[in-house]
Design a protein around this ligand. Structure first.
Ligand code: SF4
Length: 358
């Protein structure tokens, strides 16, 4: 049996199954640096260390050893299925008969980076910037279409001393299609452990990354709060309808509504001038999504919309008005159909962001 084992980004992150598989193995094969990481687990085993670029050779040796009846573990850092040894090995699967193989998954570098940054991942793409085997044009297209699909992008192998062009090109695409304030999480592996920082895209510089860096580039909804990078999924927070909101939406539903700016209101402009007052009370309250400016008032359990101008901008109001009447049939729907309402909010949020990126 050949086990292709993901040992995770650090030994502390190894799974119980990975540990058990390594313990059972008679022969352990791997890149010398990864073998060093788990050397204390390898006493009494045959150890075969190979250098970078010898991945196919490692797989071939594993097959030979297994044909001799040995239990073999091929070590991969992170997860073997994400730019790891599983792909290398399965290239050879049709070359030999009777190969018994299993892939033991590991914590990938993207999982690890994400856990250190907070909760930056929602739907996401993992792209390697290494153009050693992949044409640069293909990498550029992957980045471009991932942005267009509003995916968060995790970049592996961003830049080596010799290979600088892919990162330069990626930066060009990011600055063309993304808001300059889009949060970027940088996780740098160092000998003393990982170092993390979160910066706006506009501050990303090439000397911040190397082959040991994982970059996570947010999407249009990603924000930073309390030092964490967060991409909201849109959970519906519990809601009670405030009496003023109740009154506003009762009038709204009977068609007594003021569309556009309400300059006669003594509070106008309560946000930024000019403002659209169609939704003096927000149908999505509380959205719990920091990306449009709302925030929690600490220790009070209250969601504040004071800094959210989004609901008062014409294009957003127009987008909401197109579908809101289909959802909101009674004031209680503010509570009962919260998920549908939040989906509409997200739809309008992404539509407008997409238009401004085109
Ligand atoms: S006003 Fe803005 S922050 Fe407040 S609930 Fe509505 S969309 Fe969210």
């Amino acid at each position: 049996m050949i086990s292709i084992v993901g040992i995770g980004p650090t030994k502390d992150d190894m799974t119980i199954r990975a540990l058990a598989t390594i313990k059972k193995a008679e022969v352990v094969i791997g890149y010398k640096h990864y073998i060093q990481l788990i050397e204390d687990l390898l006493e009494g085993k045959e150890i075969i260390k190979k250098g970078m670029g010898q991945e196919l050779l490692r797989a071939e040796i594993a097959i030979q050893k297994s044909q001799q009846g040995k239990k073999v573990a091929i070590i991969s850092s992170g997860d073997p299925g994400i730019f790891g040894m599983a792909n290398v090995f399965f290239h050879l699967i049709g070359k030999y008969s009777d190969i018994q193989v299993e892939v033991v998954p590991g914590v990938s570098a993207v999982n690890h980076a994400s856990s250190l940054l907070g909760a930056p991942l929602h739907d996401f793409a993992v792209i390697s910037l290494s153009d050693i085997l992949t044409p640069l044009e293909e990498i550029k297209n992957k980045i471009k279409y991932a942005i267009k699909g509003n995916l968060i992008i995790a970049l592996y192998n961003p830049r080596s001393k010799k290979r600088t062009e892919p990162f330069y090109q990626a930066q060009k695409i990011f600055s063309k299609y993304l808001n300059p304030n889009t949060p970027v999480g940088i996780v740098q592996s160092t000998t003393s452990g990982p170092e993390t920082k979160i910066i706006p895209l506009k501050n990303l510089k090439e000397d911040m990354v190397n082959m040991s860096t994982i970059l996570i580039v947010g999407n249009t909804t990603t924000y930073v709060e309390e030092g964490y990078m967060i991409t909201p999924r849109g959970y519906a927070l519990p809601k009670s309808i405030h009496p003023l909101s109740q009154e506003f939406f009762e009038n709204f539903l009977t068609g007594e509504r003021i569309l556009g700016p309400n300059k006669d209101c003594e509070y106008y402009p309560c946000h930024a001038h000019p403002q659209n007052c169609t939704f003096c009370y927000c149908p999505f309250y509380p959205c719990g999504d920091r990306s449009t400016g709302g925030k929690w008032i600490k220790d009070k359990g209250v969601w504040s919309c004071q800094d959210c101008d989004w609901i008062h901008q014409d294009e957003n109001v127009n987008c909401i008005m197109k579908k809101l009447p289909n959802i909101l049939e009674s004031v209680q729907d503010l509570k009962n159909k919260k998920r549908e309402l939040l989906k509409l909010r997200r739809e309008c949020l992404l539509k407008i962001n997409k238009q401004s990126n085109e």
